[in-house]
Design a protein around this ligand. Structure first.
Ligand code: APR
Ligand code: MG
Length: 282
């Protein structure tokens, strides 16, 4: 692992990665996202992830959620299509063609949801984004880790990371473990924290320095899931989607804090600030 490198994500790197919108294009150019999650009382999580995918440029966005989220989603996100899959929680996952899945926000860990997710992963082999309760379900049994499609992006916060891979003494040991696991399972680990780290299967580590404590609120992670899924659907490589996505999430949060304060800013304000960040990039 001598050739492994550590990078701090800076504006030069972001400028190199960012692809501006092409004039001669159509919605098919920008891919199809399927956000899967939500359960009774946690429909907001999937609303945030869906809005976030819509506001970061995906061509077509679908929400796969239980029936109890139908009215909520159709009203709060009229640009997204809705696929029903269960009553109060998801009990099966429909496998769609040509879509990138982002699974987990508000999903819950009901037995039927667990079975549905594990059955789905058994015959699904394209990279996807797994977050929150999708990771908590996988954590229930070490053998489940092998079901994560190669080159997928997983976005654990420190507690979810510990549930997945075990506890470590300090952040140095945790990073070492993350590099071992990213390589072993051929996945990208977005280790969410004050300074989020992206660990590639090759062992490279990208440190993000945008973002602030105004993000320390329920829902901030859900919008990152929407961003990452949307960027993958638009054709960014897994590594570039992680780098650009995590940076954009933090940059939007920094601009939202200037306007609203860290105390008052909400994940919704962060989503509504994506436009300012794209203005800066274009
Ligand atoms: N400084 C910078 N960034 C921060 C800070 C901070 N002090 N606190 C949080 N963040 C960022 C993290 O880097 C991450 O991108 O906000 C996001 C928080 O994500 P999560 O921890 O997943 O939080 P949340 O949105 O509440 O998750 C929603 O999923 O993880 C489950 O149980 C959790 O129900 C919750 C749901
Ligand atoms: Mg979360």
């Amino acid at each position: 692992s001598e050739s492994v490198e550590n990078f701090t994500i800076d504006e030069k790197l972001i400028d190199r990665i960012f692809n501006p919108r092409q004039e001669f294009s159509h919605k098919g150019t920008y891919g199809k996202v399927t956000i899967a999650g939500g359960s009774y009382g946690k429909i907001g999580a999937v609303v945030l992830a869906t809005k976030s995918a819509l506001k970061t440029g995906a061509g077509l966005t679908i929400t796969l959620a239980p029936e109890c989220g139908y009215d909520i989603l159709q009203i709060s996100c009229p640009e997204a299509m809705f696929i029903e899959s269960g009553t109060r929680f998801i009990d099966h996952f429909k496998s769609e063609d040509n879509t990138v899945y982002g699974i987990g926000p508000g999903l819950g860990t009901e037995g039927e949801t667990e079975k549905g997710l594990l059955d789905f992963l058994k015959d699904y082999h394209d990279p996807l984004v797994l977050d929150a309760d999708a990771l908590n379900i996988i954590s229930k049994d070490n053998k489940n880790l092998k079901l994560i499609p190669e080159r997928s992006v997983i976005t654990p916060h420190p507690k979810e990371f510990e549930r997945l891979f075990g506890s470590t003494e300090n952040s140095f040991e945790r990073l070492k473990l993350a590099r071992e696991k990213a390589a072993e399972f051929n996945v990208f680990i977005v280790l969410k924290d004050h300074h989020t780290q992206i660990i590639s299967p090759e062992g490279n580590v990208f440190y993000n320095i945008t973002g602030n404590a105004g993000l320390a609120k329920g829902g901030s992670g859900d919008i990152l899931t929407g961003i990452l899924t949307s960027l993958l659907a638009q054709g960014y490589s897994e590594e570039n989607a992680c780098i650009l996505g995590v940076w954009l999430h933090g940059r939007a949060a920094d601009l939202a804090a200037e306007k609203h304060s860290k105390e008052a800013m909400l994940p919704t304000d962060v989503i509504n600030t994506f436009g300012k960040v794209f203005e800066e990039l274009n």
